[in-house]
Design a protein around this ligand. Structure first.
Ligand code: PLP
Length: 392
């Protein structure tokens, strides 16, 4: 019996445990100080009333023999797939129901999709980025190349024709940098992927935070993307579903690689290994796409984005270089005076009692940078920024 030795190559994730340890030590030493946490990428606003109402109604249905439901379709109920189809249509993207797969969140599908691709493929991953892309491919034993995201390209790397990659990850709006590709940038990636017979795995988990109407919120807004891309989306940050769990993955029927129908393969994979998302949760998710649901989630997103604006203005006043925060809940700042990410973490905790996330935790290009999130309360965001302005 042999284990998958690739697991030995995945480095331990010390990022959030180290943050917690340092914060706990500081809190124990300074019980009088109020620590403000702006590090973890979890939402704080509750589910909106439209969703809660739908969840309650669905729970009552499940408690009545006349309306009870057992196993549902693995790929999701048509009522939710139709709501998502219409959501895309409102942005001019036409999808078929069979191209939409309901998931229990983006993370699982981003990892599970790799079942479809051979271990011999080379993957191209932005650096810095959400660590799941890297770790899942290390576990799969694939060859990994990185594309450098840095200050020169404003954290939006473009294709390098001399690099040959088969699977390309793009996250826009990006976690952790908050950078968002425009249509021209995404078109370059689509052209590169089509030219190379490669596939783009597009992570749109933060699409709802894009305020600028001119920016693409789906890769399928780009011509030809249906021939080379899969899109992952989530209601986690869009509608506060981090603990409720629901997302969706779009696998176009036009996507075929060397004669293999990727949509059919994914359906086969899901019907074999997944038994679908809870009916109650799917009813809650459906409510997100109703006019009431959309208005209510927009209020929460607006609240977070106002926080982002407060953070960005305060950093500008303090003369701290940063990107993000305009079309994303993340603000990515350059640590002042050439400090390393962890030195800045310690400095901020010590001097302002504010917690953020060291950029180095997202890849080597994140060293010297720092992530702040807009998910704290308004009161805490304002207070944290007052403290930060004082120390600079
Ligand atoms: N993709 C990105 C870029 C994320 O930042 C996250 C969560 O933080 C996810 C995917 C996972 O989201 P979900 O809660 O839908 O699994």
């Amino acid at each position: 019996m042999l284990v998958n030795k690739n697991f030995f190559n995945v480095s331990e994730s010390y990022l959030f445990s180290t943050i917690a340890k340092k914060v706990n030590e500081f809190a124990a030493k300074h019980p009088d100080k109020k620590i403000i946490r702006m590090g973890i990428g979890d939402v704080t606003r509750p589910l909106c009333p439209a969703v809660v109402g739908a969840l309650k109604r669905a729970a009552l249905e499940m408690g009545d023999a006349a309306t009870f439901r057992g196993y549902g379709p693995e790929q999701g109920y048509d009522f939710l797939r139709t709501a998502i189809k219409d959501y895309y249509l409102r942005r001019g993207v036409e999808l078929e129901l069979e191209e939409i797969f309901i998931s229990d969140g983006a993370k699982s599908d981003i990892a599970n999709i790799l079942d479809l691709f051979a271990a011999e493929n080379t993957v191209l991953i932005p650096n810095p980025v959400y660590p799941v892309y890297l770790d899942t491919n290390i576990m799969g034993g694939r060859k990994i190349l990185f594309m450098d995201a840095n200050e020169q390209n404003l954290f939006l790397p473009l294709p390098d024709r001399s690099v040959k990659a088969d699977i390309i990850y793009i996250c826009s709006p990006n976690n952790p940098t908050g950078a968002v590709y425009d249509t021209e940038g995404l078109k370059k990636w689509v052209d590169y992927a089509r030219g190379n017979g490669a596939i783009i795995l597009f992570d749109a988990a933060y699409e709802a935070y894009i305020k600028d109407d001119g920016l693409p919120r789906s890769i399928f807004e780009i011509e030809g993307a249906e021939e080379c891309a899969i899109e992952f989306c989530s209601l986690s940050k869009t509608a506060g579903f981090t603990g409720t769990r629901c997302g969706y993955t779009v696998v176009p029927k036009a996507l075929s690689k060397l004669g293999a129908d990727i949509n059919k393969m994914w359906l086969r994979r899901q019907t074999t290994k997944f038994n679908g998302v809870a009916y109650i949760v799917q009813r809650g998710a459906e409510a997100v796409f109703t006019p009431d649901g959309q208005r209510q989630i927009r209020e929460s997103i607006g609240y977070y984005m106002e926080n982002a604006g407060i953070i960005s203005s305060a950093l500008s006043e303090a003369g701290v270089w940063h990107v993000g925060g305009k079309n994303s809940p993340y603000i990515w700042l350059k640590c002042p005076d050439g400090m390393s990410s962890w030195n800045f973490f310690d400095y901020l905790l010590e001097k302002a009692n504010v917690v953020g996330t060291p950029g180095s935790g997202f890849g080597k290009n994140g060293e010297g940078y720092f992530r702040m999130t807009a998910f704290a309360s308004r009161e805490n965001t304002i207070e944290a920024m007052e403290r930060i302005k004082k120390i600079f």
